[in-house]
Design a protein around this ligand. Structure first.
Ligand code: FAD
Length: 485
């Protein structure tokens, strides 16, 4: 289903010669080198079906040495490599685009190398699935707070390469904030041994931070040291019904005042998003009896006790209700219900799928401007497509809105999706006018590459291209993604 979105043209690389394929396959063994379309398809199809990839082969190295050997051969033969983790990225960064490119899956690098409970770190291979890191931290009595709807399949290498955000950013920061050290293979095949556990290290330019967010264009991440945090002694989750985004923002101020650093979740969504979840996600139940125009999911954590978390949640909700900011609220009565509340929020992307085509945005504006953004964007979108169903949910505490638009009921999906760029243009113009960003957490990949080049200040684009040339002089690492050289 690529035709509807207008993407940059595919590279015209010559197909990889058979003898070269055999040399690459010899590094990982035939069992881990796929050339048959049926074996490659799962790696070439992304979750939303928007990018149909093409590759010469898929390689699945089993250790850092094999990754380095692949990069050395690729460098010598100028063969493009496209790193892939869990294949859940939303911007096509993990999709190879020509029969001359090799898809390099890091999924077999899946060892949890070490947990340091005193320094509160975990050292993992790049291919470890995010949920496994969360579970390992929990077993050690700690918490790894990176949390995404795709956590059951996305991998740490992909999380770092795309500097993933998610629902924990408000309290704990994004993937970059949670990374202390990185091990990576450079384009030359040299291994960068940076698995440091230091909280402070001021020895010049920070290569780790360049690799984080580089979307596979500067190096292949093979391992990382991640920060863990103490597990809260108590956690409370509630849904609050509010009349407007302005009231949601006022609730945020009240929640921050009561919760302080213990405000660990603040997600907002319109009734329509909840209706999609109730309609399509098994087991989902309306948290409140009457419908509300908007909903906020609030999470309060306490390092002291469950009672403390409960009291804080009750105090903030009762102040908000007395002030007329909250119409009604439901606090989860059990751990199971708290999980179910979160599951509804995390299922919102999936729940949109059965509703037909959906034009997506991943924007951020200064937090205080979210209501004004929504008003302006809604007007612009409905003016262009009357009947469009606007499903704008996200991380209000970060000013990050997944401004998704489902097709009008009964509309032709292809015709609707063909307007992706036009609608992006309208919404992104409003975002730019508010000094916001059109890529808050999903990255650039292929989908937003040309828009980045058009809109980012020239001096910054020049520096990005110069950095790319230093790390990857032969342009073999994920060429054509993020920045074109
Ligand atoms: P992939 O999709 O495989 O790759 C992503 C990028 O990283 C590509 O450019 C790829 O080349 C590069 N890459 C992957 N592994 C490596 C490596 N080892 N070394 C170098 N480069 C590498 N994202 C958010 O930020 N916040 C969210 O809340 C969020 N929610 C999501 C919900 C759903 C249901 C889905 C499907 C996706 C969501 N995403 C979200 C997007 C996606 O899950 C994240 O971007 C995730 O971090 C990607 O990880 P991955 O392992 O799947 O990477």
């Amino acid at each position: 289903m690529t035709a509807q979105i207008d993407l940059p043209p595919d590279p015209e690389d010559a197909p990889l010669a058979d003898d070269l394929k055999r040399r690459f396959a010899a590094i990982v063994g035939d069992a881990n080198a796929f050339t048959e379309p049926s074996d490659m398809t799962p790696y070439l199809t992304e979750t939303r079906g928007l990018f149909a990839g093409t590759a010469a082969m898929v390689l699945r190295p089993g250790n850092v040495g094999e990754v380095a050997a692949i990069a050395r051969l690729a460098s010598e033969t100028r063969t493009p490599l496209v790193p892939q983790g869990g294949n859940t990225g939303h911007v096509g960064g993990q999709s190879p685009r020509s029969p001359g490119q090799i898809l390099l899956s890091l999924s077999r690098l899946d060892t949890i190398r070490e947990i340091d409970p005193v320094g509160r770190t975990i050292t993992v291979d790049a291919g470890v699935v995010l949920q496994r890191v969360q579970e390992a931290a929990e077993e050690a009595g700690l918490l790894f707070p990176l949390s995404l709807g795709s956590e059951g399949s996305c991998e740490i290498g992909g999380n770092l390469a795309s500097n993933a955000g998610g629902t924990g950013v408000l309290a704990y920061g994004n993937a970059r904030d949670l990374c202390l050290g990185i091990e990576a293979v450079l384009a030359s095949g040299e291994i960068l041994h940076g698995l440091r556990r230091l909280k402070k290290d001021n020895r010049g330019y920070d290569i780790r931070n360049l690799l984080v967010g580089s979307e596979g264009t500067l190096g292949i991440i093979t391992g990382a040291v991640l920060k863990l945090v103490p597990r809260p002694a108590g956690r409370e989750v509630a849904y609050a019904g509010v009349a407007s985004p302005e009231d949601a923002l006022e609730l945020l101020r009240i929640a921050e005042r009561h919760g302080g650093a213990g405000l660990t979740g603040f997600e907002f969504m319109p009734r329509l998003a909840l209706e999609f979840v109730l309609r399509h996600i098994e087991g989902a139940r309306d948290p409140m009896q009457a419908p509300h125009a908007w909903y906020v999911l609030v999470e309060i954590s306490s390092s002291r006790s469950a009672e403390d978390a409960r009291e804080t949640m009750e105090a903030l909700l009762s102040e908000a209700m007395e002030a007329g900011v909250v119409e009604d609220a439901a606090i989860a009565k059990s751990l199971g219900e708290a999980k179910a509340f979160w599951h509804m929020r995390e299922s919102m992307s999936w729940a949109q799928k059965p509703e037909g085509g959906s034009i997506k945005h991943d924007v951020a504006v200064p937090v205080a401007m979210v209501p004004a953004f929504l008003r302006a964007a809604d007007a612009a979108v409905l003016d262009a497509i009357p009947g469009a169903r606007i499903c704008s949910f996200g991380h209000l505490g970060d000013g990050n809105v997944h401004y998704n638009i489902s097709q009008p009921v009964g509309a032709d999906t292809e015709a609707f999706l063909s307007r992706w760029r036009e609608i992006n243009g309208r919404v992104h113009a409003i975002v730019a006018g508010m000094d916001g960003t059109f890529s808050a957490e999903h990255g650039i990949g292929l989908l937003k590459r040309d828009e980045l080049a058009r809109t980012k200040p020239l001096a910054e684009m020049d520096l990005m291209r110069a950095i790319k040339r230093v790390f990857d002089p032969n342009n073999i690492l994920n060429p054509g993604k993020l920045v074109q050289v």
